[in-house]
Structure formats: structure tokens, C-alpha cells
Design a protein around this ligand. Sequence first.
Ligand code: GDP
Length: 484
Amino acid sequence: TSVGKSSEDEYKDKLLGGLLAPGFDEGSCLSRYQASLYRKLSPYKPSSYLLSRLRNYEDLHKRCGPHSEPYKRTVNELMVGNKNITRSRETECKYVVYTFHSKRGLGNRIQAATSAFLYAILTNRVLLIDQGKDMSDLFCEPFPESSWFLPENFPLKNNLDLFNQTSHDSFGNMLKNNMSKSNPSAYLYVYLEVDYDFYDKLFFCDENQPFLSRVPWLILKTSQYFVPSLFLMQCFEQELGRLFPNRTTVFHHLGRYLFHPTNQVWGLITRYYEAYLANADERIGIQIRVFEGSFVPQKDVTDQILSCTMNQKLLPQVNEQNFVVPPPSGKPRLKAVLVTSLGKGYYEILRNMYWENPTVTGDFVGVYQPSHDEFQQTEKQSHNRKALAEIYLLSLTDVLVTSARSTFGYVAQGLGGLRPWILYRPDGENLTVPGPPCVQLMSTEPCLHAPTYYDCKAKTGVDVGNVVPYVRHCEDTRWGIKVV
Ligand code: GDP
């Protein structure tokens, strides 16, 4: 449905089933309340408990957010020089600061920030996001009457980029060095990047959470969707069950709650949608991600895409004999294919194929690609705006085909509530394309690529894809796990 076709009825889901709070200024962030004009009604309803927890969170964020009195007081604890001061009282507001490696792409950041937000909800903390500049150019404020961006004058701001696995004030190194847990410091740095080590991973042990809950500032550095690991922790089990009776909707709901493109990005999205996608009978998104270091000839990738989309009947076959086949019944359908990729070769092949040959069904297929920036340019804002617009446009399609192990695709599928067909990654020494070429995902949830494999209670390794029925190994990453 496009804005042009909107009616009051279609606008009734403006608040996305109650996920969004009413009362924001509409003009300053058009996407917030216009998203429902472009999205299909979600098949997943948020639980009333989730809605009430979000409203509580918003109150907490307003009370404790940047520049509030409690914020200033808690920041002061960081500045007294001695970070090990003994606190006589329980700190009134506690925070999770989410920070990331500046080279991380958007998909990584969005999924990691969503995980940090869920952790904040579960532990009654306030989420603040580092790197306000480039993120604020992309996303509106999600919480009413406050900001989720870490203020520029945050005392540890300059340290955030420097934090890494070897930092002595990290939680992992604290455990490694047997430092006492009796007197928690004002802040702790939690390293949850893909190369986190045994001690860093002990973050996900129930027994460490009471200690962590006493630290006012937790600074999380991660690019991972660590939600599946939270689902394996007993201390959060009950609360997660109440928040998400349908466990596979965590990213779908929280992602749509948090990420509203700024007006500039919303312009990119809506103009493209109206010009190329709105009038189609069906929209098919194809996201092609070729990772550095795993070069596969373009022809092989194209063959894989074609055999996936044809086998699964997502796209019609073409008739290369070139005689026109009449449509089976009535009016031919118009299918719009949205291709996103850093290169433009795949798009050209598809577009030409449907231009040069008729389809056997008589349907018409238009193929479109918004941009082809050739390589990732995360330091460039115009590049990031387009990347976000494309993720969002993919999420507005009816059928999605994505590349294995790409968080760019995960975010699109999660926002859209879609179970995409995922193109297996070419494997082995000669990077051969496997057969079958693709598989439909079990759930819309993203995959956690590098989980901890440690059973904290038994103190041994465990296959975390086999502990509970609702956390399984991912289809596209054998060693990863996801909520299904
Ligand atoms: P991942 O690396 O596939 O998991 O996804 P990320 O989003 O984290 O990082 C990839 C980055 O490369 C994106 O954020 C974009 O900057 C860029 N990129 C990759 N694929 C595309 C694409 O199809 N379109 C655009 N515009 N950018 C892309």
C-alpha cells in the first residue's frame, strides 16, 4: 500500500499494534508514523506485556536519560578519579552504553544495538548509543522526550574506540585476573565481539549477572545479535517468555520499535518505493552479498540466484524461443524485483533476461537496483543512508531472497517479518555453489554467528544448538544459533 492509496482504515496500524508511543512530533520523523502505510500488517502481534514494558522503559529513559539529574549524578561517579569508590546506596539509574567498531556495517550495528536494548529491558538499564553523529544522521530518536545518543561530553567517550579485548578494565579480564567481585567499579567494559574469549563469554552465565547488576555503567562493545544467548540463560527465561510468547518475534518487534529512518533517508525509501515498487502485484527482494575473500565468479552466483528463484517459483521462467505466451488467465501480473548489491552485474543480467525474453507465465518482471557503490564505505554518510534505505526497501517486499551470513539481509527480514530464502554460501576450496542453492529460513530471527559454547553450571562445553527446542543452529552458519 502506498501513501497515495492510503485510507483511514489502512492507517489504523499507525502505532504498529501499540509498539510505538503516540504523541511524537510527526514532522520531525515522518517514518515513525508513516511506516504502516508501506508495510503489510504484521502477522505477529506484540504481547500486551511487551507493550507495558516498553512504556515503562520509556518512563525510565525519560527519568534517567542524558542531562537528567540522575544521569549527572551517575556520571559523576565516573569522574571522581577512583572508580572503585564504595557506593553506600544503590545507584538510582543504571546504563548500558552500546558501542561498536567503526568499521562495522549497518546490519551489524542494528542487530547488536537491538540486543543491547533487550538486555537493557531485562536488567532495567537505560540504553545509550555511542557514535551519535553517524547514527543520528540515520535514525530518529526512538524514546519520547529524551535522547538515546550518548552525550559528547560523556567522560569515557574518548576511551570507547580504544577499548578492546586486552583492556584491563573489561569484565573478561577482571575474571581472568581473579579480581574481587565484592566491590564493583563504577563502570565495566564488556567485550562481546566475534573474537571474544572464554572469560568475556562468562557474561552469559547466570551466576555473574547479580554482580553485573551492581555496576552502574556497562559498556558493551559488540556487533553481534546476542539475543539467542540471552534465551539460554535461566535468569531471563521467565521474563523473555512473558515479553515474547512468540519467541521468534524479538527482532521483528524491537527493530520496528527502535529504528525509524530520518526524514532524509525516508525520502530515499518512499520515492524509490513509489516510483518502482508501489504498482507491482508482487514485490521480490533479492539481496546479494559477496564477502571479501570469497570471490565467486558472477556467473556462478547468478546461476545460483536463478536456480533458487525458479525452483521455488519465486520468479517465472523465461521462454528463450522467444514466442509470446499468452497469460493463462486474464491479466498478466506485474512483478517488481528489487536487487540490492554492491555490484551491478547481477542486476543487469536479470533485467536483460526479462527484457529480452518473455516469461512462460505471461507475467511481466521489472528489475530495479537503487545503488551500486562497489564496496563498503561505512565512513561515508551518503553511502550509509543508501544502505539503510535499501535494507528498509528489502523489508517492504513480499518475498525475500538473501545471502547467507549477511546481517544486512537479517535486518531486512526481521523488520519485514519475512522468512527469506537464503542463498547458501559457496563452500570448499574452489568455492563451489552447493545444491540445493537456497533454503527458506525457519524464523525471521537473525543468526548469532559466534555463540558461547560453554555450559556455566556444568562447567563444560555444550552444543548450545541442542539445549532447548527454541534455540537451534542456523541454516546458513552451522556453528551459529538462532531463536526458532
Ligand atoms: P554484512 O557485512 O553483510 O553482515 O552487513 P553490514 O550491513 O553489517 O555491512 C555491510 C555494509 O556494506 C553495509 O552496511 C553497506 O555499507 C555495504 N553494503 C553491503 N551490501 C550492500 C547493498 O546491497 N547495498 C548497499 N547500499 N550497501 C551495501
